[in-house]
Design a protein. Structure first.
Length: 118
C-alpha cells in the first residue's frame, strides 16, 4: 500500500483547508486510514480516522471534534481531512496512515505541511 498526502499550505487563522490522502496498491487489504500530525518539538498526535469498509465509522481526537471532518471517496481511494476554523496551534506536518487491522498503522504517507498564521 502506498499513500500520497497532499493539499497542505498556508492559511490564516479561522480559515479552512482540505488535505488529501490517495491510496494505491493493495488497497483491498486496508482496514482503516487515519490522520496524524506532528508539530515542531512535539510528539505525533492522532487527529482522525475512518474505516475503509464503512465510511460511516469515523474517529476523532476530542480536540478536533466539530472542526475537522474525515471522509473517503471510495471511487478514488482517497481520504480527505477537512479542517475548519483553523488555529495557529494546528500548524504541523499532517501524515496519513493505513492500517491493515485495528491494532496499528502499517503504512505511512510522506506528510503535508499545514501552517496557520495568526
Amino acid at each position: 500500500v502506498q499513500l500520497q498526502a497532499s493539499g497542505g499550505g498556508l492559511v490564516q487563522a479561522g480559515g479552512s483547508l482540505r488535505v488529501s490522502c490517495a491510496a494505491s496498491g493493495r488497497t483491498f487489504c486496508i482496514y482503516r486510514v487515519g490522520w496524524y500530525r506532528q508539530a515542531p518539538g512535539k510528539e505525533r498526535e492522532f487527529v482522525a480516522a475512518v474505516s475503509w469498509r464503512d465510511i460511516s465509522v469515523t474517529y476523532y481526537a476530542d480536540s478536533m471534534k466539530g472542526r475537522f471532518t474525515i471522509s473517503r471517496d471510495s471511487a478514488k481511494n482517497t481520504v480527505y481531512l477537512q479542517m475548519n476554523n483553523l488555529k495557529p496551534e494546528d500548524t504541523a506536518v499532517y501524515y496519513c496512515a493505513a492500517g491493515l487491522s485495528s491494532a496499528d498503522y502499517t503504512y505511512w504517507g510522506q506528510g503535508t505541511q499545514v501552517t496557520v498564521s495568526s
